[in-house]
Design a protein. Structure first.
Length: 189
C-alpha cells in the first residue's frame, strides 16, 4: 500500500515550497499525494509561479476543494501517513489551534491531530507576533512539528531552488520519507 500524504496549501506567500515538495513526492512511486489548495493559495499561485492551477492539481494524485468538508481526508477512517501544510498562513494556524474546522485544510488537520498522526506546519510569516507564537506553541505542545522555511547556508546554496529543495528535504525527513535531496550537513574531513 502506498504511503498517503495530505498536503494543504494555504494562502501565505511561499507556494514554491509546496510545489517543490509535491515534485519531490511525485518522484517516489510509493507515495500517494492528496492536495487541498485554498482560494488564497490559488491567488498566490498566479503571483508567485508560472504554473497554472490545472498543472499544480495535475501533479497531485488526488485533489479536493477546500470547501468540501465531506472529502475523504476529512474523515479519521481514511488512513493517512501524515499531513503537511505548506505554506501555513497564520489564519490557518489560528483555526487549527482552536479546532475551528471551517475549511477542508483545517478539518483535515484536526482529524490528523485527533487520530494522532503526523502533522507538520510550515509557517510563512514574519515578523511573528505574540498571538502567532502562542498558537504555534500550543500546536507544538500537541505534537505538531513546526518546520519554518529558514534557509541553511552550510550547504552553500547557489540558487533559490537550492534553498527550496533543502526545505523539501527537511519536510520529507519529518514525514519519515527516505530522500536524497542534496544539502545535508557533512562533517569536515
Amino acid at each position: 500500500m502506498k504511503k498517503r500524504i495530505v498536503i494543504g496549501i494555504s494562502g501565505a506567500s511561499g507556494i514554491v515550497y509546496a510545489i517543490d515538495l509535491i515534485k519531490q513526492l511525485k518522484d517516489d512511486p510509493a507515495i500517494e499525494t492528496h492536495g487541498i489548495i485554498s482560494d488564497w493559495a490559488k491567488q498566490n499561485l498566479k503571483l508567485e509561479s508560472d504554473l497554472t492551477l490545472n498543472e499544480l492539481e495535475g501533479m497531485l494524485d488526488y485533489h479536493y476543494s477546500n470547501r468540501d468538508l465531506g472529502a475523504a481526508v476529512a474523515s479519521g477512517s481514511f488512513l493517512t501517513d501524515g499531513m503537511v501544510i505548506v505554506p501555513a498562513s497564520m489564519k490557518t494556524v489560528a483555526g487549527i489551534s482552536i479546532g475551528f474546522g471551517d475549511s477542508l485544510i483545517s478539518r483535515a488537520a484536526d482529524v490528523t491531530l485527533k487520530e494522532q498522526r503526523k502533522l507538520i506546519l510550515v509557517p510563512r510569516e514574519t515578523p511573528l507576533n505574540a498571538i502567532h507564537l502562542e498558537n504555534l506553541t500550543k500546536l507544538a505542545r500537541l505534537g505538531v512539528q513546526i518546520v519554518p522555511p529558514i534557509p541553511a547556508f552550510y550547504s552553500q546554496p547557489k540558487t533559490i531552488d537550492d534553498i527550496v529543495a533543502h526545505q523539501s528535504m527537511k519536510l520529507m525527513d519529518a514525514l519519515g520519507i527516505a530522500n536524497h535531496v542534496s544539502g545535508r550537513w557533512k562533517e569536515n574531513d
